[in-house]
Design a protein around this ligand. Structure first.
Ligand code: NDP
Length: 450
């Protein structure tokens, strides 16, 4: 009889947990996976996928306006929030079904229930105890709320995906990915949006030119961008609306809105799993500390994805999950390389980036060459839209390697995905220049910058 009930017990059916489980099962491991919510995780259920669908929905308002410059007359266009929500819900349910089928086809046993770790090889789930040679924590993260009076009156991205009606006036608090993405979505769909960020410029960690360029475009898009504005409190008014108080350079000011959305970061979901009792090392934010393969300080307990508090992106979690499963069951240790991970913000206009920012490159060396281009996209000529695209390459002046590529503008995520291959491969500026352009595109600017 086998020593353990399973070779791998995964907690959390998000991108990382599902991939690890399926790859492990493919190597012949006996795998169970527990999920207490819906299979698919944040990305599929209330993150990347529905968010991207919402950005498409939001963009139509601009498309209709732009169409006029191309000879179209579109009268009577109307938007229905319930229709969008129904369509989104159907698609997410379809995807969840696909995930469940893929798990079943891979011979992974899916258990609906919340699992806790009660011993180095023992898990309690759905009223029973099971044992496993390896336990994988892939529980992801959850929105974190600032400790201000009235935080409980606010929504987070979780609730934003379930709203019954589109709020007319929204205050979005935060300046990261979710804040700028939702500000654009809500604005595009017709809400009046204020985006309040406590710092000097949105998207901390991104290239400074990108941050400055995006904030100009956000304002052009009709977003009331308030920088150096920190949340103080939120209260419910007699008419049911919300009054938010912000601290700004000029003192306290209030905003009366129908909804306040907190997009103030996400925290690793490690509470109540039993990790502390087993002595699993956690970082200051509660993230599980792991090595390059995904193993914690307790042998047999592993973690991948957002719960490890490294790079909270789906493709990274997928990579970490596959690497861990191959390391444990494929007979080949696979470390994960977290360098040069391309990333995108689906703001309006969107941002794409890979590699070093100018600031990060200059912190490493003085010998940095920067190439920049800012131009009006061809489409904007006839549409008359006041919009500019920014593209930027950060190059090592000694080796001529392209260290970073950054873009703000239509299709930036799609374009940067291709450029990311070149940056990851360590190609030089000369090799970019040797590449013949595709004309007329925006992307060609990356091979014609001199
Ligand atoms: P981010 O960490 O990106 O941004 C959090 C924002 O909230 C920052 O601007 C931060 O300010 C601000 N903030 C934090 N605490 C407070 C506070 N107490 N009061 C006021 N403001 C505060 O988190 P998100 O929630 O936007 O997203 C979480 C992660 O999910 C992202 O980092 C990303 O990894 C991932 N994600 C990726 C997406 C994509 O790939 N397109 C889309 C959405 C999420 P400060 O900068 O000053 O710290």
């Amino acid at each position: 009889m086998a020593e353990y009930d399973y070779d791998l017990f995964t907690i959390g059916a998000g991108s990382g947990g599902v991939r690890a489980s399926r790859v492990a099962a493919g190597h012949g491991a006996r795998v169970a996976l527990a999920e207490d919510y819906r299979v698919g995780g944040t990305c599929v259920i209330r993150g990347c996928v529905p968010k991207k669908l919402f950005t498409y929905a939001a963009h139509f308002s601009q498309d209709f306006e732009d169409a006029a410059g191309y000879g179209w007359r579109i009268a009577g266009a109307e938007f229905s929030w319930p229709a969008l929500m129904d369509a989104k819900d159907r698609e997410i349910a379809r995807l969840e079904g696909i995930y469940r089928n893929l798990l079943a086809q891979s011979k992974v046993e899916t258990i609906d229930g919340r699992a806790t770790i009660v011993g180095p090889h023992t898990v309690e789930v759905a009223g029973r105890r099971v044992t496993a040679r390896h336990i994988l924590v892939a529980t992801g993260g959850a929105p974190s709320r600032p400790e201000i009076p009235g935080a409980e009156l606010c929504i987070t991205s979780n609730e934003a995906f379930e709203l019954r009606e589109l709020p007319r006036r929204v205050l979005v608090i935060g300046g990261g990915y979710i804040a700028v993405e939702f500000a654009g979505i809500l604005r595009g769909l017709g809400a009046r949006v204020t985006l309040a960020y406590r710092g000097e410029q949105v998207l901390r960690g991104f290239d400074d030119d990108v941050r400055a360029h995006l904030s100009i475009e956000l304002v052009k898009h009709g977003i009331d961008l308030r920088l150096n504005a920190a949340p103080v409190s939120v209260e419910r008014r007699v008419d049911g609306s919300l009054r938010a108080t912000l601290r700004t350079a000029a003192g306290l000011e209030t905003q009366d809105v129908d909804a306040v959305m907190l997009a103030t970061g996400r925290a690793p979901a490690t509470r109540g799993l039993g990790l502390e009792a087993l002595g699993v090392a956690l970082d200051a934010d509660g993230g599980v500390v792991v090595d390059a393969y995904g193993t914690t300080n307790v042998p047999g307990i592993h973690a991948v994805g957002d719960v490890t508090n490294r790079i909270a992106l789906t493709p990274v979690a997928i990579r970490e999950g596959a690497a861990l499963a191959t390391t444990l069951f494929g007979g080949r240790p696979v470390p994960v390389d977290h360098r040069d991970v391309a990333h995108a913000v689906f703001s309006d206009p969107p941002v794409g980036a890979v590699g070093l920012t100018e600031g990060a490159a200059r912190a490493l060396s003085d010998a940095v060459i920067v190439h920049k281009a800012s131009f009006r996209p061809l489409k904007a000529t006839l549409s008359g839209r006041d919009q500019k695209t920014l593209m930027k390459l950060v190059v090592d002046a000694g080796t001529h390697r392209v260290l970073g590529a950054h873009m703000v503008g239509p299709d930036a995520p799609e374009i940067i995905q291709g450029i990311a291959i070149a940056v990851k491969a360590g190609l030089t500026k000369a090799q970019f220049d040797e590449t013949v352009a595709i004309h007329p595109t925006a992307a060609e600017e990356f091979v014609t910058m001199r």
